[in-house]
Ligand binder design. Structure first.
Ligand SMILES: NC(=O)c1ccc[n+]([C@@H]2O[C@H](COP(=O)([O-])OP(=O)(O)OC[C@H]3O[C@@H](n4cnc5c(N)ncnc54)[C@H](O)[C@@H]3O)[C@@H](O)[C@H]2O)c1
Length: 335
């Protein structure tokens, strides 16, 4: 079977995607510097799938180590997740973000070019869309990211497009994620970050199991159903399956394509908290605080393009997302 390199494969989305790849019969090699994930994820993926993974603890910035991996394996494609992702952190440490995300991607593309690997699926983000664009956001919305993190992703998109136009003829599918949440239904893997993100769900999960006293809700005076911010949440397994579909199209195609991956509708922060209460049977305390600078009232995706062109549709709803996230939260200290 074809061999796929997954960068950042012990991370949240990379680990769920690796499961889908293995279950589909692909061989998977993971590289990850473990800056935001744990080596034990490899064994847990192997437990879920009954398949073996080759894992290298290397950094994308280490070109020689990366080249050695490409010398030892012949890859049909690369799925590139490895990046630093915390928006607020990127404002404090922009140079780290540009180096890690942009230089890391350049190293990867460079070595793919040297070794004749032509196919790339790339993790991008809804954070590249201009704040002035009105939801639902289609892929045609204007891109004008307003954080260093978003800019690193937009730069990588442009680098991929330019590399397609060059003699290297790189082919790419660029997937712009909205807000992945939830966990694998097995309860054996889920979000297990080393570095705290700004995302809502880790806080809601932590409040449900009593690790924190309450969830901070930033703003309840937006023009939305209950005043709290509305976002597009997608189950991480649906997201992972989107990568599989993208990969399989890419292996039979050439070009660079962009797709949103979301659920195509919005849920307010309070709706998510209520759904989590229903899934967990726990009361989740929250406190309203002021709006966070830069946050928007409503952001959700238009996913017609990927639905029509790839036949991909999200399978899970918000109740599934919360139920699986809660199971994982209870299990994570045990597995
Ligand atoms: N989770 C989200 O909300 C979200 C939303 C939009 C886009 N994305 C993008 O999706 C991708 C995966 O996100 P995630 O949520 O799984 O994050 P994650 O932090 O769980 O996974 C990323 C993995 O990459 C590794 N990594 C980082 N820099 C590396 C480097 N230089 N060399 C090798 N490994 C490195 C980390 O150790 C981690 O395991 C990222 O590119 C992220 O920007 C995530």
């Amino acid at each position: 079977m074809k061999k796929i390199l997954v960068t950042g494969g012990t991370g949240y989305i990379g680990s769920h995607t690796t499961i889908e790849l293995l279950q589909r019969g692909y061989n998977v090699v993971i590289i990850d510097n473990l800056s935001n994930s744990r080596k034990s994820t490899v064994e847990r993926i192997e437990r879920i799938t009954g398949k073996k993974i080759t894992f290298y603890a290397i950094d994308l910035l280490d070109r020689d180590a990366l080249r050695n991996v490409f010398q030892s394996h012949r890859f049909a494609a690369v799925i590139h997740f490895a990046a630093a992702k915390v928006l607020a952190d990127s404002i404090t440490n922009p140079l780290f973000y540009y180096r890690n995300n942009v230089e890391g991607t350049i190293n990867l593309l460079h070595i793919m070019g040297e070794k004749g690997v032509e196919n790339l699926v790339f993790s991008s983000t809804a954070a590249i869309y201009a704040a002035s664009e009105i939801s639902p956001l289609s892929e045609k919305a204007i891109c004008c990211p307003d954080t260093p993190y978003g800019r690193t992703k937009y730069m990588c998109e442009q680098i991929i497009e330019d590399t397609h136009q060059s003699p290297q003829r790189l082919n790419g599918v660029i997937l712009r994620y909205f807000n992945p949440i939830g966990a694998h239904p097995s309860g054996l893997i889920g979000e297990d970050a080393v570095i705290n993100s700004d995302n809502l769900l880790p806080y809601v999960s932590a409040a449900a199991v009593g690790k924190i006293p309450y969830v901070k809700v930033y703003g309840n005076d937006y023009d939305t159903i209950d005043g709290t911010g509305v976002r597009d949440f997608i189950h991480v397994v649906d997201l992972a399956q989107g990568h599989l579909v993208a990969l399989e199209k890419l292996l039979n195609d050439s070009g660079v394509y962009h797709y949103n991956l979301g659920c195509g509708r919005g849920y307010s922060v309070l709706q998510v908290i209520k759904a989590f209460e229903k899934a967990s049977g726990k009361i989740i305390n929250y406190k309203i605080s002021g709006r966070r600078p830069g946050d928007l009232g409503t952001v959700f995706s238009d996913i017609k393009k990927i639905e029509q062109e790839y036949g991909w549709h999200p399978q899970y709803d918000i109740d599934d997302m919360c139920r699986h996230a809660y199971t994982w939260e209870k299990n994570r200290s045990l597995v």
